[in-house]
Design a protein around this ligand. Structure first.
Ligand SMILES: *Cc1c(COP(=O)(O)O)cnc(C)c1O
Length: 428
């Protein structure tokens, strides 16, 4: 697999280089020079999830890593179930939250951990990532205890749910967590700066693990095939993706580019609606990030957007075919209630996508919204909205009264840098 830098197309790298460096020159995102087209789709859709996923990923990186390696990596990473659940006559949901940290980010993080240990070759590496909630937990768990790898996770203090914080800030060991006084964009900015800082690069051998890492996107392509395999008749489904940084939607578009029959995608956002506004008037005008109940989607300036446009350009699709729907807080609550009336307990992120899907579906269409997090991760807001009580699943029960081990820092690069250098150099 070859990839190029979207900002400097002359910079071309292998998959291994793209995974290890995260970003290219001037923070440019890597994008594949070619998108493989899958043949014999009906056969592929009839396969079990892991076997099908092995073939999908092999089509991208089998040439570089060898098919046996790819099969082993996919099997190790995807060791938890996913489920397609019918919600009402027109909508189903693909539940992607049955992994170790109860969110879809386990798919990308666990596969990326496989890739990085494959490429690390004995070198000590620091994974540095910013999270608005679920990435941090997924990455911390995926790398917890892996030899030669340290993980540093930044998150906006007070802006992720208490249980989410428990899930990844209590691990210790090779996992370092930092609560930044600022929003997610401020955390992301610190991470971006660290990656272009020579001192940090040299002393820590930095690696990115947020949704800009290409290995995560490859992993996420796989579950779109599972969604379509579950309901595909002769009418391709509409798929609504609850979006923040737009990695998930990018993966869906790549799946479609590989040949997966999808009628259209809906980019569903909360009130952080930069993309729906852009799709309407073609002016990119990020507003200030606002805090919502679907906090993992509180992103005003989504970093994967150039890749979304790159898929459309590569496939000569019209961006006009992408539907953007923003759902406000009131509509999110209504959607949660409406889903519950259908007998389904969702959480705010899925509820945003479900509401966007409902708005968009026409007669005769069937739609799937992605279920990106377990309702128990957003226990307080779900219980309050629906007036019920949700049992904690074992993964959360186990950490509910563990101590938070995070450091607190201001959103200031110089402070952040000296903290990183002192703490990490000491403990390495
Ligand atoms: C990260 C996340 C999203 C947004 O996914 P992107 O790939 O950043 O668009 C949606 N829902 C949940 C629960 C998440 O954790």
């Amino acid at each position: 697999m070859k990839l190029y830098n979207l900002r400097h197309p002359e910079e071309q790298v292998s998959f291994a280089q793209a995974v290890k460096s995260g970003m290219g020159r001037d923070r440019g995102l890597f994008f594949p020079t070619e998108i493989p087209l899958l043949t014999d789709l009906n056969m592929l859709l009839s396969l079990p999830f892991v076997e099908r996923s092995q073939r999908i990923i092999d089509a991208w990186i089998g040439d570089e890593l060898g098919s046996d390696n790819v099969r082993r990596m996919v099997k190790t990473a995807f060791d938890f179930p996913l489920k397609l659940v019918k919600v009402d006559s027109q909508r189903s949901t693909l539940e992607l939250f049955h992994g170790p940290t109860l969110a879809f980010k386990d798919f990308g993080a666990r596969f990326m951990a496989q890739c990085l240990s494959e490429f690390a070759a004995g070198q000590s590496t620091t994974i540095l990532t910013a999270t608005s909630g679920d990435t941090g937990a997924a990455v911390a768990h995926a790398f917890y205890g892996l030899p030669g790898i340290r993980v540093v996770v930044l998150y906006p203090e007070g802006k992720i749910s208490p249980l989410q914080e428990k899930l990844f800030c209590t691990l210790g060991g090779n996992i370092h967590t930092i609560a930044v006084s600022g929003d997610f964009d401020a955390c992301q900015e610190l991470v971006k700066k660290a990656f272009v800082d020579d001192d940090l690069q040299q002393s820590l051998n930095l690696n990115s693990a947020n949704s800009i890492n290409i290995s995560r996107l490859l992993a996420q392509i796989c579950y779109y095939f599972e969604a379509v395999a579950g309901i595909y008749t002769d009418i391709p489904p509409v798929i609504a993706v609850p979006s923040g940084n737009f990695g998930n939607l990018t993966a869906g578009l790549l799946a479609r580019a590989m040949g997966l029959p999808v009628k259209r995608f809906i980019a569903a956002t909360n009130s952080n609606d930069t993309v729906p506004r852009y799709l309407k008037n073609r002016v990119w005008a990020p507003a200030k990030t606002v805090a919502t109940a679907s906090n993992a989607m509180d992103v005003a300036d989504p970093s994967n957007w150039p890749r979304v446009e790159a898929v459309f350009a590569a496939m000569k699709w019209s961006l006009g075919d992408l539907e953007g729907v923003a759902i406000n807080e009131k509509q999110t609550i209504e959607s949660l209630r409406e889903l519950y009336a259908c007998g389904y307990i969702a959480e705010p992120h899925a509820a945003v996508a479900a509401a966007a899907l409902k708005k968009s579906l026409r007669t005769g269409e069937h739609g799937i919204f992605l279920g990106t997090a377990h309702p128990a991760k957003f226990k307080e807001s779900v219980e309050q909205t629906l007036g019920l009580s949700i049992d904690l699943p074992p993964a959360l029960l186990a950490v509910a009264d563990h101590e938070i081990l995070s450091e607190r820092l201001a959103a200031d690069f110089d402070q952040f840098k000296s903290h990183l250098l002192s703490v990490l150099n000491k403990k390495s």
